[in-house]
Design a protein around this ligand. Structure first.
Ligand SMILES: Cc1ncc(COP(=O)(O)O)c(C=O)c1O
Length: 402
């Protein structure tokens, strides 16, 4: 049998995609499944964006574009960064990629080597440690404080600090917690990064899905406070404009880093898809009312799911400020048992909920956060009500620890 490269064994498959696959398989067998594992808006891409994509095809705009992205799109991105984030960039500081996932992958490939350690805050989006490993570096998992809305635990950072650290990944608003870090925490981290020469990769994929207060980009905090840390900002069109399948994301950062990332991308995928790029110009420069409409619906669903989860005995759910996830604490149920087995971690709890209630959730242990379970509320209020009721009914059947 062909011997596969070591990196295949080093990297874990996307855990959240596996949960989505289980849900799809159960549905295809005709089961009435409720899926809270979804990582994408349930809305269709707004009509004006679809129209721009169709026009691109009709106009024959179906060929390769410039490797870093069409100049018109990179200009539109600069305009967006100025308008919404208060940041000035030149199109040469922008790299358009096939989804922000590729932006983050490119950044890790361009920046990290064997022997480097990269700080990833726990709970983390499942792909962060894997991007770091794929660059032959090692993720250094640093805790956050659940009781403080998952803000970084600077004491833990101090304990783990070492001279191999080369970078840090920030993700606020966060997947899986939906939490938004305070500006104070980000500024503190920027100052530490500057002092030790760490590069910051700031994943701001959920920047427009912020329900309470305003969002400030990490690079804006860096500039406003004259810190001078190196920040690569990665943003996606996937969540803001319900465009997950179009696969468009981008990075903005120091020109030498962006150039290095572009060199790697050029040999991997040449450029991002041309039709998606044209549609993205419309998304970024067109009417933004669609974003506000989706945001309003998400906020209503967030409030509903938080309320319903907090009604379940033993479950506590904080109100997260952004994204479309809640991350309630289910540790009350650890050590309880169903007829068949003892629930020793959240993998067991999620599996029990799946088997007995046909509801798909994502166990927090998969995000490095025991005791918690992620629920996505990118689904209708009716489904949220029905699904949480089923979860509650299933949990009531569990037997307490002796
Ligand atoms: C935290 C985070 N970053 C990045 C991405 C990647 O988004 P995309 O590749 O669709 O642009 C996702 C998608 O789920 C995400 O949750």
């Amino acid at each position: 049998m062909t011997k596969l490269a070591n990196r295949v064994h080093k990297v874990k498959p996307s855990f959240t995609l596996q949960m989505a696959t289980i849900a799809a398989e159960m549905k295809s067998k005709g089961l009435d499944v409720i899926n809270f594992s979804v990582g994408e808006p349930d809305f269709n891409t707004p009509a004006a964006i679809i129209k721009a994509g169709k026009k691109a095809m009709d106009d024959g705009f179906t060929k390769y574009t410039a490797g870093p992205g069409m100049i018109e799109l990179r200009e539109a991105i600069c305009e967006k960064l100025k308008r919404e984030n208060g940041l000035s960039y030149h199109p040469a500081d922008i790299l358009v990629s096939n989804g922000e996932k590729q932006s983050l992958y490119n950044a890790c490939q361009a920046l990290f080597d064997k022997g480097d350690e990269v700080i990833v805050f726990r709970p983390y989006w499942v792909s962060f440690p894997e991007f770091v490993r794929l660059a032959d570096a090692e993720p250094l998992l640093v805790d956050t404080l659940a009781e403080k809305n998952f803000e970084p635990d600077f004491e833990d950072l101090k304990r783990k600090h070492n001279s191999n650290i080369k970078g840090v990944i920030i993700n606020s608003p966060s997947n899986p917690t939906g939490g938004i870090w305070s500006n104070e925490s980000i500024i503190r981290l920027l100052k530490i990064a500057k002092k030790y020469n760490w590069v910051i990769i700031s994943d701001e994929c959920y920047e427009r899905l912020v329900y309470d207060g305003t969002f400030t980009s990490t690079e804006k905090l860096n500039q406003d406070n004259d810190i001078g840390a190196e920040v690569v900002t990665c943003i996606s069109l996937s969540k803001t404009y319900a465009m997950t399948g179009w696969r468009i994301g981008y990075s903005a950062g120091p020109r030498d880093i962006i150039k290095a990332m572009s060199k790697i991308q050029g040999q991997a995928t040449s450029c991002a898809n041309s039709i998606g790029q044209k549609a993205s110009i419309e998304a970024l420069l067109g009417d933004q009312a669609c974003v506000e409409d989706m945001k309003r619906a998400f906020k209503e669903r967030r409030d509903l799911i938080v309320h319903l989860l907090n009604q379940i005995e033993g479950v506590t759910c904080r109100v997260p400020g952004g994204a479309f996830y809640v991350f309630p604490d289910f540790s009350y149920y650890l050590g309880m048992s169903s007829q068949e087995k003892l629930l020793k971690d959240t993998f067991d709890i999620s599996e029990y909920i799946l088997d007995s209630a046909k509801v798909v959730t994502v166990p927090g242990d998969g995000f490095g956060s025991p005791g918690h379970i992620r629920f996505s509320y990118a689904t209708s209020t009716e489904i949220i009500k029905k699904g949480i009721e089923k979860v509650e009914t299933a949990l009531k059947k569990l037997k307490s620890k002796e």
